[in-house]
Design a binder for this molecule. Sequence first.
Ligand code: BES
Ligand code: MN
Ligand code: ZN
Length: 493
Amino acid sequence: MQFSTSTSSPDRLRTPCAILPVLAGKKLTAAGSALDAAGGGALARLLASGDLQAKAGATLLAHLDGAIKRVLLVSLGDAEVPADKAYCDAVRGAWRAAATLAADEVASLLHEAPVAQRDTAWKLRMQVGIGRELAYRFERMKSKREPQPVRPARVVLPVARAEATAAGTAVAQAAALANGIELTKDLGNLPGNVCTPTYLADTARKLGREFKFKVDVLDVRKMEALKMGALLSVARGSEQPPKLIVLHYQGAGPRQAPVALVGKGITFDTGGISLKPAAEMDEMKYDMCGAASVLGTLRAVAEMGLKINVVGVIAASENMPSGRATKPGDIVTSMSGQTVEILNTDAEGRLVLCDALTYVQRYKPSAIVDIATLTGACVIALGHHHSGLFTPQQALADELLAAGSDAGDPCWRMPLDDEYQEQLKSPFADMANIGGRPAGSITAACFLSRFTKGANWAHLDIAGTAWKSGANKGASGRPVPLLTRFLQARAKG
Ligand code: BES
Ligand code: MN
Ligand code: ZN
């Protein structure tokens, strides 16, 4: 689905199908009315019939005799000024209905509808984002791909001349974001036998070549030299070599401190010797979605050319049982020098992240955000709507919360008080890698906090939001929208 803006006025518009918003009281917008007047008022008569339901997203197709042969009327609901949800429902309804038409191109004026506290740029971004979301398919592993063309193939978004530049940027940035989201989804959806640590490293290298930024991949020998004993302990049971992938996107001057994104990249999590039950274990191919969100965000940011420096670090490994695998009770020394008693080999995410978090601090980042499918407990706490946000820093929390709600990719701040640290006590090492059943997502964050002392750090637990289970199983691409919005705001400020 390709989106472009146009500055031709509504009465000059030539399109196989115009998509018009309908507001409370069956009212058309200014452009809609102008278009209807040029066509003799047929739309007003059709609306008066009451055949268009008032529910946001309801549609009614009109066939006309004028220059424009089809008009798709789309209801925005019965609120005087529609809110975010009504607008997004309307966009979704419009794209679904348009997909059933024999028209390759449509012109949408949905952004002419007012939306509470939202500007034209936001309304355009939502049309692009929702369109690309609906058009996404993952068919790379099917031997026979069903060649179904995406409809509509092209969407024209008419805007006023005065808004043309800003609108063009908004649409281009939304497309860049969609490209990043799709990369994240593809990586998540690929099976564990294809998407290995080496595959993630190759994907990062390819991104670096395409967008001209530096990518370093550290292998086992380098990790040993750096004394990354925690990360290496997770990889021990696997035939696949682990990789520490470092991406350097330089959109600003070399003196500007980078923002660091650190992703958990467990390409398959069996649990290790603390083996997981068989049911739904296939979903642990998604345990690299934090890593995939780092790659997707960097792709979006690089395509946008944001004036900001970002360093991405991905700790990539499998977590497998074997005769060489780490055993419960084993004690390892992390890169920071702190020792960890591994009481459960299934709490591996924090082990690979702690060394990546120690490592990334050499770049003196202005902020560090780690992203991880870290705990089942976070799914129990927050379900599938909000990602978990953990940070001791109020300002960083505010930035991430705002970015999430603005991008429609929300997170919810969880507590991180020192009281919870006690659950990580070990009689033999500096800490244990688990803190018992109560507050499992918080004690996991507490563990990470011990490796980010003095840094401006936040942790996003995306265990409940990175993918969907069941009939519509698939990666969501979250939290790429949140992270990209966060970096866009930082690039401006
Ligand atoms: N990758 C899992 C977390 C997970 C589980 C995410 C299910 C999404 C769905 C993580 O490595 C893990 O196994 N965590 C354990 C920690 C426990 C052993 C303290 C968990 O949540 O059960
Ligand atoms: Mn695990
Ligand atoms: Zn895991």
